[in-house]
Design a protein. Structure first.
Length: 265
């Protein structure tokens, strides 16, 4: 698909949440084979930069002013994008809702991410707050789809404007930290590919056609410091399994008679 993203400062992101969102979304869509164009502001992205990690960048001018920066740039972006008839367009910020009509007039479906409740922020004067209230209402009418990024925002639009919206929460990059006690026993979680190799090996070892009656599966991951039975490289989870098997076997073992014990002595 050919997709356009409008209403942000541009990518790569080094300022706000919408820019981070646009960078992650656009680069991931490109990785899936889509043709993505992000419209950028001239004072944020160099006009000489035409691509970022496979994402096309279209840098356009704007009026660098607190109240005009976003709306002027999105207006020019919509005028530029409309005749190119993208398969879909994403507009960020409810303030840009009026410009969805420009894209839809030439047949481009538009999704509008409304962001938060800007009319409640003290950074805007009464004119800015009134404009945002009007834009909120237009955001439920003019785009093809209204998108909210939190349940509370979705509930707000439903209660105030009686409008349904699609809620898509933002993701996050989380660093997975291993507990020191896990490292001590050398049973750290494996990378995805190693886990798949382990599962394939386990399936093969448990297959009747591939294993004998007394075979022990081999596991292609780190060895634990504990071992039991036939393999000295068994990881700790296998150790526990083999201990349990050995316990069950010993429970059924026949004890020697007194005469046998006397003969051994």
């Amino acid at each position: 698909m050919r997709i356009a993203i409008l209403g942000t400062r541009g990518v790569p992101a080094n300022y706000g949440g919408f820019e981070t969102f646009a960078e992650h979304l656009s680069t991931r869509l490109v990785a899936r084979g889509h043709d993505v164009t992000v419209y950028c502001r001239a004072h944020y992205v160099s006009p000489r930069q035409i691509e970022f990690q496979g994402v096309r960048l279209k840098v356009l001018p704007t009026i660098r002013h607190k109240y005009l920066d976003t709306v002027i740039h999105t207006f020019l972006s919509a005028l530029h994008a409309a005749p190119r008839r993208y398969d879909a367009a994403l507009i960020c910020n409810a303030a840009n809702a009026p410009f969805a009509t420009i894209l839809r007039a030439l047949g481009t479906p538009v999704a509008l991410n409304v962001d938060g409740l800007e009319h409640k922020r003290k950074k805007w004067n009464w004119i800015g707050r009134k404009y945002y209230l009007m834009a909120e209402r237009l955001a439920t009418i003019l785009p093809t789809e209204t998108v909210t990024d939190a349940k509370v925002i979705q509930d707000y639009y439903l209660a105030r404007h009686r409008a349904q919206s699609t809620m898509i929460a933002y993701g996050a990059e989380i660093e997975r930290r291993i507990d020191p006690s896990v490292r001590r026993w050398r049973v750290e979680p494996l990378p995805v590919q190693d886990r798949r190799d382990t599962q394939r090996c386990r399936r093969r070892s448990l297959s009747p056609a591939r294993s004998g009656r007394d075979s022990v599966p081999e596991y292609p991951f780190q060895a634990g410091p504990l071992s039991f039975g036939r393999s000295a490289s068994a990881p700790a989870p296998v150790f526990a399994q083999r201990v349990a098997e050995g316990t069950r076997m010993s429970a059924h073992r026949v004890r020697p008679s007194r005469s046998e014990k006397a003969a051994r002595v």
